[in-house]
Design a binder for this molecule. Structure first.
Ligand SMILES: Cc1cc2nc3c(=O)[nH]c(=O)nc-3n(C[C@H](O)[C@H](O)[C@H](O)COP(=O)(O)OP(=O)(O)OC[C@H]3O[C@@H](n4cnc5c(N)ncnc54)[C@H](O)[C@@H]3O)c2cc1C
Length: 140
């Protein structure tokens, strides 16, 4: 039984999971994060790599952690090329490293369940995702 079932381990699903744990609303053992990929944020990484994007299009305060300046603080190299322009758009590599670090910190692997949901959660016969669906969200 899980208190929270999050479907989709992309940027949004990972942000929600991180928020729930770090804000003390639940613990990682009470979250099930369901996604067909082996790793979190796989689709994001694949798509952005495909087009050779060097910098994000969004500013430095847009990332998966709670504190707005978490990504800026994470960049300890002092390399001015880590961020670009007025909005300090972060380098893609830096953004991904920061995301991986945030996800490692709250042990997302414990919640990760590799599969795809078809026809909605409630129709599933799989015990692993028969959760008390008091709280759930669909991220896609
Ligand atoms: C080239 C490119 C550049 C971008 N640059 C930026 C940027 O600089 N800044 C920015 O803010 N945004 C950017 N975006 C947009 C950003 O990628 C999306 O807003 C973000 O990825 C959405 O996150 P998400 O978690 O909702 O979806 P996704 O990242 O698509 O993740 C959804 C996950 O849910 C899984 N899923 C879907 N259906 C099911 C199911 N039935 N069962 C189980 N799992 C399921 C998918 O497999 C996937 O892993 C960019 C997008 C692209 C394509």
């Amino acid at each position: 039984m899980y208190e929270w079932v999050i479907i989709g381990g992309g940027i949004h699903g990972c942000t929600v999971a991180n928020f729930l744990v770090k804000s003390g609303k639940t613990v990682i053992d009470d979250i099930r994060l369901i996604d067909p990929h082996a790793e979190p944020m796989a689709r994001w990484k694949r798509n952005t790599n495909r087009i050779g994007m060097e910098y994000l299009r969004s500013p430095v305060v847009h990332h998966i952690d709670i504190h707005p300046f978490s990504l800026q603080k994470y960049s300890t190299s002092g390399d001015s090329r880590d961020f670009y322009g007025y909005y300090k758009r972060p380098k893609l590599d830096l953004f991904n490293e920061h995301s991986d670090s945030v996800l490692r910190d709250f042990d997302i692997k414990k919640a990760w369940h590799q599969r795809i949901i078809k026809n909605g959660v409630k129709s599933s016969k799989t015990p692993a995702i028969k959760a008390r669906l008091r709280k759930s969200c669909f991220i896609s």
